[in-house]
Design a protein around this ligand. Structure first.
Ligand SMILES: Cc1ncc(COP(=O)(O)O)c(C=O)c1O
Length: 372
């Protein structure tokens, strides 16, 4: 199933985002993708922050110095490679807008986070796709990228971890994709927002694989800081400058109290992550037990990530998601939003009581589905 292409640019929208904002509110919400919110009070406690430390307005310019430095330190790059942005969302938008002209080919993984596809289309790009096969655990396969490349390809787009499956792409696979891109003068955009949740394994941003890489991320998914909108892109300095200048069209400056709080959060990421790491490890055991008991769901288990993308062996996953929501008060994301309608996306980083109750309901619904 392919996304519909909107007839008019001024009426383009994201079906997934609209659904997520208006429908994914089951009592047992397993449709989310980021850990539960980190309380402001706790951030204030661990950092000794006082309200009067915040100012409403910061210095003018391209980037707030302390935030530029903190993000550069986190990524291990020079500050001039950093573009702070309102979440990974705007970072992706700026990265695409600065890398492609209308009519250029942009090659995007399939299944994909829909906003990547619709953003490229919004910018007038000609979107082409390469598959990540569920039979291979949604592995990033450079041969599939090579088959889909054209001389007009200017950008290759992947997520790492892969949304919706959480498959991890290692440096070897990314480097191979990078070589393909380099040969034709294209770039590789790696959205790393879920890589942040690989707490126990060290990782480096894909930007270190070469100047033709752009990496984007935020503190949204792994640290419960959705409200801060602390996102960034890492790119070679000239491209980073182009992104900053494009950002003038979208917001000029960030809200300064948020910039300040981003700096505070970045100084305390280890403490913020600790609870989420424990939760993820214990939830993974619970989910694995659930999967052991449900062979009617097919999937390659992933060692990392906040979501999984099982395939329903029998019947329409869309109908199953509806049954789950209407009869069992539990929401998951229908795979059709990722152009993979036999699947659904399951959130595995929910608070424990929600996860356990949601999985019980999922079990009951699967049982009923089997015998329907
Ligand atoms: C792959 C991917 N990129 C970006 C985003 C948006 O992230 P942010 O909240 O940092 O804008 C999401 C949210 O679901 C996502 O799944």
């Amino acid at each position: 199933m392919k996304y519909e292409v909107a007839a008019s640019r001024s009426r383009m929208h994201s079906p997934y985002m609209e659904w997520a904002k208006t429908h994914a509110h089951g009592r047992y919400n397993l449709a989310s993708s980021g850990v539960a919110a980190f309380p402001f009070k706790q951030l204030a406690q661990i950092s000794n922050l006082r309200l009067e430390d915040l100012d409403l307005t910061g210095p003018a310019g391209y980037g707030y110095g302390p935030l530029q430095n903190a993000l550069a330190k986190k990524a291990g790059v020079a500050p001039e490679c950093v573009v702070a942005a309102t979440g990974t969302s705007l970072a992706n938008h700026l990265a695409m807008a600065a890398s492609v002209e209308p009519g250029d080919d942009v090659l995007i993984e399939w299944p994909a986070y829909e906003l990547l596809v619709t953003t490229a289309r919004y910018l007038g790009a000609n979107v082409r796709r390469f598959p990540r096969q569920w039979q291979d655990g949604f592995r990033l396969e450079p041969r599939e990228v090579e088959k889909a490349l054209t001389p007009e390809t200017k950008l290759i787009v992947v997520t790492n971890l892969h949304n919706p499956s959480s498959a991890f792409a290692d440096d070897a696979a990314l480097r191979a994709v990078g070589e393909l891109a380099k040969r034709i003068g294209a770039r590789v955009l790696v959205d790393e927002v879920y890589l942040e949740s690989c707490f126990s394994t060290g990782w480096r941003t894909a930007f270190h694989l070469g100047d033709h890489f752009i990496a984007t991320s935020s503190l949204t998914k792994a640290y419960g800081l959705l409200g801060l909108r602390c996102g960034w892109a890492i790119a070679e300095p000239e491209l980073a400058r182009a992104m900053w200048r494009l950002n003038d069209f979208y917001g000029v400056n960030a809200a300064h109290p948020a910039e300040h709080l981003c700096v505070v959060a970045l100084e305390h990421l280890g403490e913020i992550a600790a609870g989420y790491q424990t939760l993820l490890e214990s939830n993974r055991r619970i989910v694995n037990q659930f999967l052991d008991a449900h062979p009617e769901l097919e999937l390659a288990r992933q060692p990392y990530g906040t979501v999984l993308f099982p395939r329903l062996r029998n019947g329409s996953a869309g109908d199953f998601c509806r049954l789950l929501e209407e009869q069992y008060e539990t929401s998951v994301v229908p795979g059709s939003f990722f152009e993979a309608p036999e699947h659904f996306r399951l959130f595995v980083a929910a608070e424990k009581t929600i996860l356990v109750s949601g999985l019980e309901r999922l079990s009951a619904a699967l049982d009923r589905w089997k015998h329907a």
